[in-house]
Design a binder for this molecule. Sequence first.
Ligand SMILES: [Zn+2]
Length: 286
Amino acid sequence: MIKCPKIKCGYENPLANENCVHCGTFLGFPNVNECLQKEELEALEKRYKEKVDSAAGNGYDDSRIEFEEIIKKSMAVINVNLDDLHMFVVGNNTLYSSYQLQTGGETRDFAPSEFDRERLGIEGTLFGSYGRNIRYAALSIDGKGLKSYGDFTIIISDTAIEERATLLEENSYRFIKTHKILAGDISKRMPRGYRAVWNDRSKLTVARLLEKALLTTVENYAKIVLLSTGNRKTDDFIEVHIYGKLSNTSIQAVRGNSENVREQDKDMIERIKDYLTADSRQWIEE
Ligand SMILES: [Zn+2]
């Protein structure tokens, strides 16, 4: 539950509420409020601290700090195909929508039924009814994204999401399976300490990946944090959950290869580049 911050009100609201049901005061983003629960913060801190202490004990404190500083500058990235990129960048008032809102608003068809059920089941298990407001991204330290979702990587600007993005330490499909979480079974609910608010992303990443990082060198950190294999089943990444509308003003840069496209698509690429640079955003050639 979350208490309404308005002193005269103080009504205890369910965590899924964005606004106080009694007085309408904004309570914060539900995904953020979930990660800010005391038990959740304590569990994350405990996991993080164990890794920090163990690294220090083995004489790896400097490497741990270096890894952590790099993660503090990490970005949220979303991969899309060229058509979707073009629509998002060039379109007026286009929003990057969520699956449930798109299918609900009939702008896209349902995925084949087994995927549709799986997707809704996982969103429902992780977020409950506010799952429809979540947009998914991946955490990246070099701006490269997951090619299995599309050849072009949108890098989202920090200011667009820092208040409303949270992280889950691995992709939600896999997380639910790894931890055997079952919707409606209280004994198998979400374990604590595997989610974090945007500003705690380095803690979550250290908790999950520090050992791997210490076994390698700085050049390989990007691949440890986000492994793009071209296959969604074997991709490995930290999932970013962004609450609410995402417009093309949130684009900081786009990465892609503009040479490696079909001849008839070259115009589209040029238009995308023009729109981006006209607005002093970056095209990064791969
Ligand atoms: Zn209230």
